[in-house]
Write a protein that binds this ligand. Structure first.
Ligand SMILES: C[S@@+](CC[C@H](N)C(=O)[O-])C[C@H]1O[C@@H](n2cnc3c(N)ncnc32)[C@H](O)[C@@H]1O
Length: 226
C-alpha cells in the first residue's frame, strides 16, 4: 500500500526531525502487542523510548553515536549500547537474550550491508517493526540536481526483507512544505536525513536553489512489521 501524507515545516519550533518523529509514532501506534523486552536499533535521542505507550520491562537501545546516546532517556529499564548495527559483535551480544520485538526507526537505510543486518536481526527470533527511508526521498530535488539517491529503492529493501521475514510491508510518502527554498536547504542540512553526505559543491547547491521547481520535499519510508 502506498500512502501520502502532507505536513508543513514549522521552523519556529526548530523541529528538524518532524518526519522521523511521525515515522516513530506510526511504528508505535501500529504495534498491536505490548512487547516487554524491546530492542531499538539506531535509537538516536530516543523517539521510540519516548513514544512507547505500554509498560515494558527492558529496552535495549543501540546507537553508534555517543552524542545521540547521551540524549537518550535513561532509566533502570533502559540499557544503552554504543555499537554499530554493521558489526557482528553487536549481534553476538544481543543474541544472548530473548526479545519480544525489535524496533528500528529511520536508521537502517545507513546499514552498510542491509542484507547482513537483516539476517542478523532475523537471528534474534523476535517480531520486527522497522521503518527504512528509501530512494524516492528528496526525489524532485535529486532529479533536478541530476544526482542518484544514496538510498536503496523500496523494491530492493522489500526484496531483502522478504528473504528473512514474512512481513507486512507498506511504503508511505510524506511531503513537507516550506515557505522558502532557503528553508528547504537549511532543513536538509540540519535534519540529518541526508546522512551527512554532501553530494553537492557550494556552486552546485546555489544552482540547485535557483532551479528547484517546488517548495516541498518528499520522503519515502518503507515500513515492515511482523
Ligand atoms: C535519523 S536518526 C533516527 C533516530 C531515532 N531512531 C528516531 O527515530 O528519531 C538515525 C540514527 O541512526 C544511528 N546510526 C546510523 N548508522 C548506525 C549504525 N551503523 N549503527 C548504529 N546506529 C547507527 C545514528 O547515529 C542516528 O542516531
Amino acid at each position: 500500500m502506498i500512502e501520502k501524507e502532507f505536513s508543513r515545516f514549522a521552523s519556529e519550533y526548530g523541529k528538524y526531525n518532524m518526519i522521523q518523529d511521525k515515522v516513530a509514532q506510526k511504528l508505535i501506534d501500529e504495534t498491536k502487542d505490548t512487547p516487554k523486552k524491546i530492542v531499538d536499533l539506531g535509537c538516536g535521542s530516543g523517539a521510540i523510548a519516548q513514544k512507547i505507550s505500554w509498560q515494558y520491562e527492558k529496552l535495549t537501545a543501540v546507537d553508534f553515536s555517543s552524542k545521540m546516546l547521551d540524549l537518550h532517556p535513561k532509566s533502570a529499564k533502559i540499557h544503552c549500547i554504543q555499537e554499530s548495527f554493521n558489526e557482528d559483535k553487536l549481534f553476538k551480544e544481543l543474541v544472548k537474550s530473548e526479545y519480544d520485538r525489535i524496533f528500528s526507526s529511520s536508521s537502517l537505510q545507513w546499514a552498510s550491508s542491509l542484507d547482513e543486518t537483516l539476517y542478523q536481526i532475523s537471528q534474534l527470533n523476535a517480531p520486527i517493526s522497522l521503518a527504512i527511508f528509501t530512494s524516492n526521498t528528496f526525489k524532485t530535488l535529486l532529479e533536478t540536481a541530476k544526482i542518484d539517491s544514496p538510498l536503496r529503492c523500496a523494491d530492493e529493501v522489500m526484496y531483502l526483507i522478504n528473504q528473512y521475514f514474512h512481513a507486512e510491508i507498506e511504503v508511505v510518502t510524506y511531503e513537507l512544505s516550506f515557505d522558502s527554498i532557503q528553508d528547504i536547504f537549511t532543513y536538509i542540512k540540519k535534519s540529518g536525513v541526508s546522512g551527512g553526505r554532501n553530494a553537492l559543491s557550494y556552486k552546485q547547491m546555489k544552482k540547485l536553489m535557483r532551479e528547484y521547481p517546488s517548495k516541498t520535499l518528499e520522503f519515502e519510508v518503507l515500513f515492515a512489521r511482523t
